[in-house]
Design a protein around this ligand. Structure first.
Ligand SMILES: NC(=O)c1ccc[n+]([C@@H]2O[C@H](COP(=O)([O-])OP(=O)(O)OC[C@H]3O[C@@H](n4cnc5c(N)ncnc54)[C@H](O)[C@@H]3O)[C@@H](O)[C@H]2O)c1
Length: 255
């Protein structure tokens, strides 16, 4: 494993589970000090224990990404403990699965609150501490922000917004030497998809939608985030990178 993040600090939201946890472990393995932030503090503490067990550095922070006061406090705490923030992985998110006609307003508000308001407030709170030049923001969008996937009206609306936020922020902060990109995962086996993958037939149908013939692992996404966070991606900003085994490349059927 390379060591691209020695003397750098990363603030990761949703670090207590799935993609956030895998990325926390990956960045720490490459030398970063990780602020593992989550609304579920014990899960973030578990991630930190895993980092430390592997010989890395990290600490847990409790936050609700959709609450400005909570995010301000969490960012200040992380910057104080780590002494700096070089990387923000803006990753916490929730999903709902319905077409517009069946989506209740409470579910709509919940997904927009965490995925859009959360991504916005998290960036706003961390920005004052972000290293300039050289700071990096990576947002977790989704393939459903790039193409339609049935039954995901509110969720795709939120992830499309994350992609437009990414592009706008890339332009707003380029002159300060801050890069802003998004990852767009295909279906990943995490807490979020547990219900979906419990149905074996559905899981198989979803697997076949990925031309490479498997779901993503959280480590696949973490590797892409580590690339975008690193100097290897020094000239990449404003991009939404699909990490999806070819899901968004087109129709996989031979016609
Ligand atoms: N799993 C997939 O197939 C998939 C595909 C594309 C995109 N994504 C996106 O990846 C991101 C991570 O999802 P995951 O699959 O790892 O899910 P997950 O449910 O395993 O993890 C999400 C984490 O976010 C935390 N969280 C939720 N609301 C929060 C809040 N208000 N403040 C702080 N933390 C909060 C949860 O406690 C949890 O630890 C999400 O943005 C999700 O939309 C997931």
């Amino acid at each position: 494993m390379s060591a691209r993040f020695i003397d750098r600090a990363a603030f990761i939201t949703g670090a207590g589970s799935g993609i956030g946890r895998a990325t926390a472990l990956r960045l720490a393995a490459e030398g970063a000090t990780v602020a593992a932030a989550d609304i579920d503090l014990p899960s973030a503490e578990e991630t930190v224990a895993m980092i430390q067990q592997a010989g890395g550095k990290g600490f847990a922070v409790e936050c609700d990404v959709a609450e400005e006061g909570s995010m301000r406090a969490a960012s200040a705490e992380a910057a104080r403990i780590a002494g700096r923030i070089d990387i923000l992985f803006n990753n916490a998110g929730v999903a709902v699965r319905h077409p517009v006609g069946e989506q209740d307003v409470e579910g709509l508000d919940r997904v927009l609150r965490v995925n859009i308001r959360g991504a916005f407030l998290c960036a706003k709170s961390v920005l004052p501490y972000l290293t300039r030049p050289g700071g990096v923001i990576i947002n977790t969008a989704s393939i459903v922000g790039l193409v339609g996937v049935r039954n995901r009206a509110a969720y795709s609306l939120s992830k499309g917004a994350v992609i437009t936020l990414t592009k706008n922020m890339a332009l707003d902060y380029a002159h300060e030497g801050i890069r802003v990109n998004a990852v767009c995962p295909g279906f990943v086996d995490t807490g979020m998809t547990k219900g979906l993958f419990a149905d074996a037939q559905k899981a198989e149908r979803i697997r076949l939608m990925h031309p490479l013939g498997r779901f993503a692992t959280a480590d696949d996404i973490a590797a892409a985030v580590a690339f975008l966070a690193s100097d290897d991606a020094a000239f990449i900003t404003g991009q939404a990178l699909a990490v999806d085994g070819g899901f968004t490349a087109g129709r996989p059927e031979d016609v």
